[in-house]
Write a protein that binds this ligand. Sequence first.
Ligand SMILES: C[S@@+](CC[C@H](N)C(=O)[O-])C[C@H]1O[C@@H](n2cnc3c(N)ncnc32)[C@H](O)[C@@H]1O
Length: 342
Amino acid sequence: MINFPLPRIDLDEELHELLLPYCRFEEGKIWEDPEGKHKIACLDSSDEISIKRLMGKERAALAIQDPPYNFIAFDEKDSKEFTEWCLLWVKNTFDSLADDASHYIWLGADQNNNFQPLADFILMMNNSGFRSRSFITMRNQRGYGTQKNWMAIRQELLYYIKGEPEFNVEAEYTEIPKVLKGYYKKVNGRETENLERSRSPFIRAGNVWIDIQQVFYRMEENVNGCYAQKPLDAISRIIKASSRRDEIVIDFFSHSGTSLLSSEMNNRRCYTADLDPVFCEISLRRLENFRKNKKTGWQNSNPFADEISGDTKLGLYLEKKYKIKMTEERLFLNRKYSDETH
Ligand SMILES: C[S@@+](CC[C@H](N)C(=O)[O-])C[C@H]1O[C@@H](n2cnc3c(N)ncnc32)[C@H](O)[C@@H]1O
C-alpha cells in the first residue's frame, strides 16, 4: 500500500485550481451514467431550475442530505441565514421526492451556541411539508475533547417523511449479538424467553448507532482530499431501510460520492449533485474505481494519484508545499499501483 495522501482540497485554493483541469465537470454539467443508472450534476442545490433539470419527470424514494454547516460563524444571524438557505434546498428535495418518501439530513449542533444550526433547522422544518419521524445519533470514535465538558462525539441524523413510505426493519439489525437473557413471558401458555421470541439473534441499531466506524486513513473507503466523508455502512443502512431495488436516491451534497457508491453497491439509482466540480469529479472517479477494481476508496492514496505522479504542475506544487516527495521510488510505486488497479 502506498502512503500518498492529498491534503484537504477545501482549505487550499491553489491546489483546487490545479485540480480543475483534470475535472470533467463545470457549472451546469450533468453526467449521465452509460449504464443508465446514476447522474452526477455540478449545480447549486438551492437553485430550483437546476434541480428540476437534474430530476426531469422522475421522482426519488429517498433523499440523504449532508449540507455543509461548519462555515457558520457562531452567531445567531449566520444561523438564520443558514436556515433560510436550507429552506431552499429542502423545498427542492420535497419537490424531487415521490408522494411516499423518506428524507434524512445530517446536521451539527454547536453545544457552545445553543445547539445551532440544528435548533433553528428543526423549527424551520415545521413548515416544510415533511413530518418528523426519528432523531438518530451516530457515535463517532474521535471527538472534540476538553477537560471541562463531556467529549463531543455525536453526529446528528434527522429522519423525516413525506406521505407514508415503507420502512424495512430488517435493515436495522446490527452485527452485535443479543446477549441479554430473561424477560420471560407466557406465549400460548408456554413460558418463553426473550431470545426465543425475537426476530433476530442480533440487536437493532435503534436511534443510537454505536456500531459504525468513522472513516479514517486505514480504511479502504477513505478518500483523501475530502473532509466530510460519511461511512458507507451508515449510508447503506439508510438506503436499505428506506428504499427498494432500482428506486432513485437523491443526494444534493455529494462530496466524496458516498450515497452514489452505496446506491451502486445496493442496486439503487443515485441522482447526486455538488456545487464544486472537483467533488463531482471525485464522486465520478470513486464510482469508476469501484466498477473497475471493486475498491470503495483509495485508502491512503488518492483519486488524482495518476496526475500527481506525472511531471505536472500539480505534482510539483504538492512536492514543494507539503513535502510530498516525488522520489523515483514513489513514481515507480505509483505507476505500479496504477498498472495493477487500472
Ligand atoms: C458535508 S459535505 C457532504 C459529504 C458527503 N455526505 C460524503 O459522504 O462525502 C458537503 C458538500 O456540499 C457541497 N456544497 C456546498 N454548497 C452546495 C450547494 N449550494 N449545492 C450543492 N453542493 C454544495 C460542498 O462542495 C461539499 O462537497
